[in-house]
Design a protein around this ligand. Structure first.
Ligand code: GRF
Length: 223
């Protein structure tokens, strides 16, 4: 069933914001029946804040507190308050470099999604593309998943495969993973806000059309 109004997304990021841009553009083009109503960052001068403001989307830095890998409880409350005040229905993590704890998870239970630059459950954690390159796998990619209390461990919504080429460096591989992310994330978000995803245990079933798996081979002939 089509929604009668567009969904309200809140995006959290710590970095450049290329996934945010892909999502905002997909919303503007009507490919996701949603609108980004707020962007939050734990990094004061993060590119994602600049890119949001350029598009006229409210964007705020909220200090994360003293820890390196999580928000402290007071900060979590501040993030939740800001998102709730903006009427956010779905929280979209796009390069947010901190794990979320119970205050946040409870406030948006089942409505938080993340993108990770590997085919989970392989290579969770930091610099996943480099982990994959160093390990020597022949295919990697990206994963969109629901967020739970673990690190990159929630139910998988969608994945897109990216082959690892013999002459790849971690950087060239990451570039193609990013391109795949910019395709996969909007498609998964569209299905999510349309109510087309059904959670059965750890399995996420697509009631609507599942995106075709595309494979990023790079520009080389025969690559
Ligand atoms: C992406 O590679 C995403 O998978 C990871 O962080 C990166 C964010 O990049 N979680 P950007 O800020 O969206 O450009």
């Amino acid at each position: 069933m089509q929604p009668t109004s567009v969904a309200r997304l809140g995006v959290l990021g710590s970095g450049a914001g290329s996934n945010f841009v892909a999502i905002a553009e997909a919303c503007a083009a009507g490919r996701i029946p949603a609108r980004v109503v707020l962007v939050l960052s734990d990094v004061e001068h993060a590119g994602i804040l600049v890119r949001a403001r350029e598009r006229g989307i409210p964007a705020r830095y909220i200090p994360p507190g003293p820890f390196r890998t999580k928000l402290d409880e007071e900060a979590e409350r501040a993030y939740v308050r800001a998102l709730q005040e903006a009427g956010v229905e779905y929280v979209v993590l796009a390069g947010f470099m901190r794990v979320l704890k119970s205050v946040f998870l409870r406030a948006f239970e089942g409505r938080i999604v993340n993108i990770h630059p590997s085919l989970l459950p392989s290579f969770p954690g930091l610099a996943a593309w480099r982990q994959a390159w160093e390990y020597g796998v022949k295919v990697t990619g990206c994963t969109v998943h629901f967020v739970d209390a673990g690190v990159d461990s929630g139910p998988i919504i969608g994945q897109q495969v990216v082959p690892v080429l013999d002459d790849d460096t971690p950087e060239t591989l990451l570039e193609r993973i990013h391109q795949a992310e910019h395709e996969l994330y909007p498609r998964c978000l569209a299905a999510l806000v349309r109510g087309e995803l059904v959670l059965q245990g750890r399995r996420v079933l697509w009631r609507g059309a599942r995106p075709e798996q595309e494979t990023r081979t790079g520009d080389r002939p025969g690559g």
